[in-house]
Design a protein around this ligand. Structure first.
Ligand SMILES: [Zn+2]
Length: 388
């Protein structure tokens, strides 16, 4: 019998799949399914509507209530335009003790450690189950996690806790910001740029909207912080992509802004969208239409990631602190799939190897010591599951 791969061996395999969110993740999911099948473990695949991507879940141990869901996403952010000094799709360990490659930190490191522990889970006399739950499209709005959480919660007895293994340096995080992604589409009326009175520039009105967003962000930054402090401690707004226009001498017919915001865990997660809708309906669109009745603005929600509040997750935090040996919990400003699982009533915390400041960067890495710490965490979890 061949020896089981270590967490780092497994990380090497996973990094080799280019699972940038725009691509299918099926090659990676099939690899995991086949790997688990070799260990005698059956996986359930939950595909997207087009059949181009899938979530995977699998359970080890008895079919009883309790136990832990180990949650990770399989997609990674693009490497386009980033200056990598190594091949991002090949795991490279350097003398600094770091393991480089896209997704090492966010978050194939955790997924790899979970997979490498399956033989240990199987060997242990687990009194409660360990569930693996791997999703697609986290990086573009936690799209897969919704169907995964629904399916998992509907098909197994209620788990006791969910651990979302996003990079926290193995600290236990029990609060996160909420976040919304929106697309604003401005439709103008084309005209020669010397005849501005005949048309409406979609780009100029999109510019007005960006200016308004900046002012809104400044206003929200002056608000007193909530009880749960996530850096930078206030709502943040970002216009990430702007597209539009045809030529320098044509009033632009269309301009699209792909933008988003993040609010504090105990803040009003819908305020920014509400105020944007009101501003557009009451001020910006009437101003645009006063130039031409065919002008239009639409605001479409692209994604929503619910926040996470400590008081809802005490049980999971207590367990995770036992397994990390930590003595306090933390709050983070970024969104994860944790709020989605919490929405199904299961206490959830975030705890995984690597530093979030490495995520999405060129030369992304996870420290070997972090992978070791994650292994130790899973070992303690296994011992706990034997004692239940
Ligand atoms: Zn992530």
């Amino acid at each position: 019998m061949k020896t089981a791969p270590s967490s780092i061996d497994m990380l090497g395999r996973l990094v080799g799949f280019d699972t940038t969110s725009r691509n299918s993740n099926l090659a990676l999911i099939h690899f995991i399914r086949d790997h688990l099948a070799e260990l005698g473990l059956e996986s359930t695949l939950v595909p997207n509507a087009e059949g181009t991507k899938a979530n995977l879940f699998a359970s080890v141990g008895p079919e009883v209530e309790g136990g832990v869901v180990l949650s990770g996403h399989t997609d990674v952010v693009p490497v386009d335009g980033q200056a990598w000094t190594t091949d991002p799709w090949q795991l490279a360990e350097k003398d600094d003790g770091n393991l480089y490659g896209r997704g090492t930190c966010d978050m194939k490191g955790f997924v790899a450690a979970c997979l490498a522990h399956v033989p240990a889970f199987q060997k242990a006399h687990l009194k409660v189950p360990m569930h693996l739950a791997f999703s697609y499209d986290e990086e573009i709005g936690c799209l897969g996690a919704r169907s995964l959480a629904e399916r998992l919660v509907g098909s197994v007895p209620r788990p006791q806790a969910v651990i979302v293994g996003e990079p926290t340096m193995m600290s236990v995080v029990n609060a996160q910001n909420a976040g919304g992604g929106l697309v604003a589409t401005f439709t103008g009326v084309e005209a020669h740029s010397s005849m501005t009175h005949l048309g409406v520039s979609a780009i100029h009105f999109a510019g007005d909207f960006i200016h308004w967003l900046n002012e809104l962000q400044e206003e929200l930054a002056t608000r007193r912080r909530g009880d749960i402090d996530t850096v930078p401690g206030h709502t943040t707004i970002n216009v990430g992509i702007i597209t539009g226009g045809t030529a320098a001498n044509i009033l632009a017919r269309e301009c699209t802004l792909n933008w988003g915001y993040r609010t504090l865990p105990d803040g009003d997660a819908w305020e920014v969208q509400r105020r944007a809708e009101k501003y557009i309906a009451e001020l910006l669109l009437p101003k645009m239409r006063s130039k031409h009745p065919d002008a239009n603005i639409t605001l479409r929600r692209r994604s929503f990631v619910p926040g996470l509040l400590p008081q809802d997750n005490e049980e999971a935090a207590e367990l995770a602190l036992k397994w990390t040996g930590g003595n306090r919990t933390y709050a983070v400003p970024y969104g994860t799939e944790a709020g989605i699982f919490r929405g199904h009533g299961i206490p959830t915390v975030i705890c995984g190897p690597g530093d979030i400041s490495q995520a999405h960067q060129p030369n992304e890495f996870v420290a070997r010591a972090q992978m070791d710490a994650c292994d130790a965490f899973l070992d303690k979890m296994t011992a706990w599951a034997e004692r239940q």
